[in-house]
Design a protein around this ligand. Structure first.
Ligand SMILES: [Zn+2]
Length: 462
């Protein structure tokens, strides 16, 4: 059979604006693979429809701007012109004539192209969104391939173009961050939440440095959680963010929380993350998350179990002492835990044993004492928080690191990043993951539909 696709566009009064054939092709019906449109047929049909629609819209806009909007005189033509508009369904070449300004309106520029008033960017927001969303989830190269596979965009999608577009989106987002500092007033301050009901976990991860392949640099990711509000991710490269407090205000605001909201930060106790916590939210209560304390204790315990094969009596005694230290930490008695950890480290250092991993045991014991000493202020009564049903662990932040960084920045796959490139990708990736990327676009382009097939469940699936 022969398939013919026609496009007819009418105005509000049903008068035909344009009419014509988009495409015709023959289809068989005697084989499975012939049933329905092929990708090539669908792409050709979409490209044809898009070309007809965009051309008609541009012509209609031009017709409305053909005369002076003050006196109504017909504008004098300066000559023809062309422009191109990139969309998800093809790049459309458009006629874009230049006109002289009307003599009743003195202007600095003598001529202008009315279509430039409409096409303030040469790429359709829908395509920009699609590129940004997919490149936030998978690599730039795969994004370009995916788009070329399913859309009639030919060779215009390539990895470097997609990356440039994503950077533009991230740059605009950063420029949008308000100058408001944490501590100022913000939206929703009329519904204050109780102290500590916003929990923010922040954690760091490392990606390979493109400029210096032997070295990595740190990226920080976080998750903000508050009962009754959607979770939000955020991320940054420290050297690329002069005022992380603004970014964090934006996170709270996007959750519908007041920016003066007191927050509780849970971190692993690392120096850089702890320092950043103070900048994100100066009044925040900082707590070392129990997960990291427990991990350290477990690591140390493993070495002590190994020692038991050589010195069972000493090992049993050490194990008992570790239990006591852990109990002190659990109850927030960092001072006593520190004294005991220092004593334990000193005793381990002078052990007389053939245990081959003694050096590691000594290092881990000394490391525990240092860790407690450095983080004394962040050690709280976990038992009381636990009894009160309050969060004591950011195991969720650990998984945020995996979710936000590992899968896209893939250190193992030898991907390399510039600091600015990583920082910008983090801005769009965190939004793609928590489902707010579309909101960003509909704020910029209110005419875009808000409903789309976002994948907020991707975060939950991890
Ligand atoms: Zn005029």
């Amino acid at each position: 059979m022969r398939i013919e696709i026609q496009l007819r566009i009418v105005d509000d009064d049903n008068n035909v604006i344009s009419e014509g054939e988009i495409l015709q092709f023959d289809k068989g019906d005697d084989r499975l693979e012939m049933i329905g449109l092929s990708f090539d047929e669908a792409k050709a049909a979409l490209a044809g429809i898009q070309g007809g629609v965009v051309t008609a819209q541009a012509a209609s806009f031009l017709a409305r701007h053909r005369s002076c909007d003050l006196c109504g005189s017909l504008l004098l033509s300066k000559g023809p012109g062309r422009t191109r508009f990139r969309t998800a369904f093809g790049t459309i070449a458009l006629s874009s004539p230049r006109f002289h300004h009307c003599s009743c309106q003195p202007r600095t520029a003598r001529t202008f192209s009315p279509l430039n008033l409409l096409l303030t960017a040469r790429i359709a927001p829908e395509l920009l969104y699609l590129e940004t969303r997919w490149a936030s989830l998978v690599s730039y190269g795969m994004t370009a391939e995916l788009l070329r596979d399913v859309l009639p965009i030919g060779g215009t999608a390539d990895a470097s173009t997609v990356r440039r577009h994503l950077h533009k989106v991230a740059g605009r987002h950063d420029a949008d961050l308000s100058d408001e500092q944490p501590g100022g007033l913000g939206a929703g301050e009329d519904q204050p939440l109780p102290q500590g009901s916003v929990i923010v976990g922040i954690d760091g991860g490392y990606v390979r440095n493109w400029h210096d392949r032997k070295h990595n640099f740190e990226v920080v990711v976080g998750k903000s959680m508050a009962a009754g509000h959607d979770d939000r991710y955020f991320g940054l490269v420290r050297s690329q963010d002069e005022q992380p407090g603004r970014r964090f205000c934006e996170v709270l605001r996007s959750q519908g929380l007041p920016v003066i909201q007191p927050v509780t930060m849970l971190t692993d106790g690392g120096d850089s993350v702890r320092a950043l916590g103070g900048e994100l939210s100066p009044g925040a209560v900082h707590i070392i998350d129990w997960f990291h304390i427990a991990m350290r204790m477990t690591g140390l315990d493993q070495y002590v179990k190994g020692l038991a094969h050589h010195n069972p009596v000493e090992a049993l005694a050490l194990q008992h002492r570790l239990e006591r230290i852990k109990w002190r930490l659990w109850h927030g008695d960092g001072d006593e835990a520190l004294i005991r950890a220092q004593g334990l480290a000193a005793d381990v250092a002078v052990l007389n044993t053939a245990y081959p991993r003694l050096k590691r045991l000594i290092k881990a014991a000394a490391g525990l004492a240092t860790y407690i000493a450095n983080n004394g202020a962040g050690i709280v009564s976990y038992s009381r928080r636990w009894d009160n049903g309050e969060r004591i662990s950011t195991a969720f932040a650990e998984s945020t690191v995996n979710l936000v960084i590992s899968r896209r920045f893939a250190k193992k796959q030898q991907m390399q990043w510039s600091k600015v490139g990583a920082h910008q990708l983090l801005q769009t990736r965190t939004k793609a993951l928590d489902g707010t990327l579309r909101d960003l676009f509909t704020r910029w382009y209110p005419g875009m539909s808000v409903n789309d097939n976002q994948v907020p469940n991707l975060a939950m699936a991890a």
